[in-house]
Design a protein around this ligand. Structure first.
Ligand SMILES: [Zn+2]
Length: 370
């Protein structure tokens, strides 16, 4: 009896070890992109952020850092568009060096097309160049509230204005040069104002074609310098048919653009409230896709498991399109660091970007071998 139970124990032990060893997958094969996306730090927090890159991102094998820069840089091409306090070239280079040292791909973001205002404030591009406004007849409210009669969430620039691309592409080129980037994130999420009935250039046009046209224009410009375009995925999903609604999907018919955009545009597919399995849809359309959680650790873990499962079960043709996971933080780096290091009070539910980041990378670490 004793010998047979020993044998039995050994057998179970061996099976468990076998299962564990089979579950350990090299991290690059498990998820080619292991990302982190955050607002670029203010000048005064750059040193602290560099420490965070070295002490928190690098050890977790994060290999992609998307920094939302917008106008937080001392642009030489357009000084009139700089924020009042903006990152210097030297400060950017400190972050570039830290990332290069740890083999982290650094991708800058400037919001193009949409997100040209926030609440009651018009942001720099349309404040300085109001002629680019898609909806100049929509006046900014003194006190912003949602919903409102104008359907104003954020302003957009007019993608058919003949002078807008000269200005924005000078910004894009300068920011990509200083970040030494081979990819650029153009945002392009939550574009509610597009093809407005009152725009002399866009009225009456197909909104999906307008959206896809702008994606292609930006993509083609970047391609001239060997750079790839990354965008958020929400405008390419059908909000009505899927029930995903107007924020994380499109209710103004831009979703048909999914069949019109170049296939080398990378999709950052954000879903924060539920682990929706939309990566399969993007991948079947021929697009590389990365899932982006925000502040619900439970969802981030499920999304990481889904992404790994999609890769494990996909055809050889589709596998690489399931391209990874990106933790998204919707604050600037300074506020996040205060939260992360416990210097400010956070949501008691535990649903915070810091906890989500920790949970996501714990899950990735569990499944990956080095
Ligand atoms: Zn227009």
């Amino acid at each position: 009896m004793k010998i047979s139970s020993l044998k039995h124990g050994l057998l179970i032990g061996f099976l468990l070890f076998y299962q564990w060893s089979m579950a350990q997958i090299p991290v690059d094969s498990l998820l080619p992109v292991r990302g982190f996306c955050i607002g670029a730090p203010q000048s005064s927090r750059v040193d602290e952020f560099v420490q965070f890159i070295e002490k928190e991102l690098a050890p977790r094998q994060v290999n992609t850092l998307i920094l939302r820069v917008d106008f937080n840089y001392e642009f030489k091409s357009h000084p009139e568009l700089r924020d009042s306090v903006a990152l210097s070239r030297r400060e950017v280079k400190r972050m570039v060096n830290a990332c290069q040292k740890h083999h982290i791909r650094l991708i800058p973001q400037i919001n193009l097309l949409g997100h040209q205002s926030w609440a009651a404030k018009t942001t720099n591009l349309l404040r300085v160049y109001p002629q680019f406004d898609e909806t100049p007849h929509v006046k900014m409210p003194e006190k912003y509230q949602w919903p409102n009669a104008d359907g104003l969430y954020c302003k957009s620039y007019c993608p058919l204005h003949p002078e807008v691309h000269k200005v924005v592409f000078e910004l894009v080129d300068e920011i990509c040069d200083v970040f030494e980037a081979d990819a650029f994130h153009a945002g392009m999420d939550e574009v509610f104002y597009i093809g407005d009935d009152k725009c002399p250039r866009c009225s009456g046009r197909d909104k999906a074609e307008l959206f896809a046209g702008e994606v292609k224009t930006i993509r083609d410009h970047l391609a001239q310098n060997g750079r790839t375009l990354w965008i958020w995925g929400d405008r390419l999903l059908d909000g009505k048919t899927t029930g995903l609604g107007m924020w994380e999907a499109s209710m103004n018919n831009t979703h048909r653009a999914i069949d019109l955009i170049p296939k080398d545009v990378l999709i950052c597919d954000w879903h924060y409230e539920r682990p929706d399995q939309t990566p399969v849809y993007f991948a079947m359309k021929g697009l590389k896709v990365m899932t982006c959680p925000w502040r619900m650790p439970k969802n981030a873990v499920l999304q990481a498991q889904d992404m790994a499962k999609f890769r494990a079960t996909a055809t050889k043709t589709m596998k690489d399109r399931f391209h990874g996971m990106i933790q998204t933080v919707w604050s600037d780096a300074g506020s996040f660091l205060d939260e992360y290091y416990g210097r400010k009070k956070t949501d008691e539910s535990g649903n915070t970007a810091s906890n989500c980041f920790r949970a996501l990378y714990e899950e990735i670490g569990k499944t990956a071998s080095n």
